[in-house]
Design a protein around this ligand. Structure first.
Ligand code: URA
Length: 235
C-alpha cells in the first residue's frame, strides 16, 4: 500500500504537480528508488552490437527520402529515432513536430519533455530506452499523418523494432497504437490492455501532447507505466 502511494506521489511530483512531497509517505521513496534501480540495471545492458543494423536502416532511408509527399511539404530533415540500440523499452510516437524537425530528434519539444519525465518516473533515462515515430518526417502544420505517408514509412519502423527487439513497446496516442495494431479502435479502448506484438508486449497509452491538454489523464498513463515497469522488472 505505501509503495503504491509512494509511486503515485513521486509520479505526480516528477510531472510537476506541486505539493505532493509534503505527504509523510514521501519517505517511502527510498524503497521505490531501489525498485527503479533494479529496472535500470536490467535495461541498461552493455550490448550495442546491433547499432550497425540500425545504421543500415538509416542509410536505407537516406538523408533525402522521397518515398512520400512529405519531402515536398517543408520537412527539414528525417527524424530517425534515438536511444539505446538494444533498449528493453521502446516508445513509438506519431510524427516529428516543429522542434523535432529542427533538431533531428524525436520528442524534444514540450510533449517530449513530459515524455522524459514519464520515463524517469519508472527509473529510466532517455538513453536507456528507444524513441521513434510512426513516420519520420514532419507533416505540414503538424497535421495528422496520411495513409500513404504511413504506408511508405512504417516498414522502417517495423525494421527498427525487429533490430532492437524491445521487451515492451509503448505506442503513444491513437495513431501509433492503431497503426501498429492495424485497428481503428479508439485509443480509449486500446489503452489499459496488453497485446503481443513482434515478440514484445505492447502497452498503448495516451500521447504526452494529450496529457498537456488533459492533465487528469496522467493517472491512466501512470497505471500503464506501472505495468511497463512490472514487466521489465520480471524480465
Ligand atoms: N509528437 C510525436 O508524436 N512525436 C514527436 O517526435 C514529437 C511530438
Amino acid at each position: 500500500m505505501s509503495r503504491e502511494l509512494a509511486d503515485h506521489l513521486r509520479y505526480y511530483a516528477e510531472l510537476g504537480v506541486t505539493g505532493v512531497s509534503r505527504d509523510p509517505q514521501w519517505s517511502a521513496r527510498v524503497s521505490d528508488t531501489r525498485a527503479n534501480a533494479r529496472v535500470a540495471e536490467a535495461v541498461d545492458s552493455p550490448e550495442a552490437r546491433v547499432s550497425d543494423t540500425l545504421d543500415i536502416i538509416k542509410t536505407d532511408i537516406g538523408p533525402a527520402c522521397t518515398r512520400c509527399k512529405l519531402c515536398t511539404l517543408g520537412r527539414k530533415q528525417i527524424v530517425f529515432g534515438v536511444g539505446h540500440p538494444r533498449a528493453r523499452l521502446m516508445f513509438v510516437g506519431e510524427a516529428p513536430g516543429e522542434e523535432e524537425d529542427k533538431q533531428g530528434e524525436p520528442f524534444v519539444g514540450r510533449a517530449g519533455q513530459l515524455l522524459t519525465k514519464i520515463i524517469e518516473a519508472i527509473g529510466l533515462t532517455r538513453d536507456q530506452v528507444y524513441i521513434a515515430n510512426l513516420i519520420k518526417c514532419r507533416p505540414p502544420g503538424n497535421r495528422n499523418p496520411e495513409a500513404d505517408e504511413v504506408a511508405a514509412c512504417e516498414p522502417f519502423l517495423f525494421r527498427q523494432i525487429d533490430v532492437i527487439q524491445p521487451r515492451v513497446i509503448v505506442p503513444l496516442g491513437k495513431f501509433a497504437a492503431q497503426c501498429l495494431l492495424k485497428t481503428t479502435d479508439p485509443i480509449t479502448r486500446l489503452r489499459g490492455r496488453r497485446f503481443d506484438y513482434r515478440g514484445a508486449t505492447l502497452i498503448p497509452t495516451f500521447h504526452p501532447a494529450y496529457l498537456l491538454r488533459n492533465p487528469s489523464a496522467k493517472r491512466e498513463v501512470w497505471e500503464d507505466m506501472k505495468q511497463v515497469r512490472a514487466i521489465l522488472q520480471n524480465a
